[in-house]
Design a binder for this molecule. Structure first.
Ligand code: HEC
Length: 153
């Protein structure tokens, strides 16, 4: 009797871990995945977090909000989670149709860098591929890489 109770108790304890592991398998791999799971899986399903794609600005405010609700992590870990979510669940933007303001709001480039993208487009014509964007001098390669999945042509 006692041992079956113990078995039941340990099964109940393991259940959430099993659910988290199953959810983890569905998430895209890459830098930040582990930190995301560690920081965000305690209170609600991760599936609920990633059901919609949002711009980076939104992910920043969500993570801020979650920290105020008790999500635990350093500032660095929060930045890693924001980057992971932005890379994999960012909102796509057509880089040939967007204004500088929309590039800034949608992809989190600085105002000056957003202008740089529009100026390059005006001078050289529509971007055809990600490589075209990499030719723009002065853009942050790190941010460009983070936003790669969100840039449409
Ligand atoms: C300490 C508990 C806790 C942790 C850890 C936590 N959250 Fe939350 N989260 C909440 C609560 C509470 C709500 C809002 C109440 C609700 O609807 O359940 C919420 C809601 C959300 C929502 C809105 C979901 C919806 O269905 O509308 C998102 C998105 C979200 N959290 C993202 C995150 C992210 C990203 C992390 C990791 C950085 C995280 N959460 C970690 C407590 C937490």
């Amino acid at each position: 009797m006692l041992s079956s109770l113990r078995l039941l108790a340990s099964l109940v304890c393991l259940l959430p871990l099993g659910l988290i592991a199953a959810e983890e398998d569905d998430l895209p791999d890459g830098n930040g995945k582990e930190t995301f799971v560690q920081m965000c899986a305690n209170c609600h399903a991760l599936k609920r977090v990633v059901k919609i794609r949002y711009p980076k600005k939104f992910w920043e405010s969500v993570v801020d909000d979650m920290v105020s609700r008790g999500a635990e992590g350093t500032e660095e870990e929060a930045a890693v989670v924001i980057s992971y979510l932005s890379r994999n669940f960012g909102k796509p933007l057509n880089i040939n149709q967007a204004t500088a303001k929309q590039i800034q709001a949608g992809l989190s480039f600085s105002p000056a860098h957003s202008e740089l993208i529009v100026r390059y487009r005006t001078e050289h014509g529509d971007f055809k591929s990600f490589e075209d964007l990499q030719k723009i001098e002065g853009l942050s390669a790190k941010l460009l890489d983070e936003q790669k999945n969100n840039i449409k042509f």
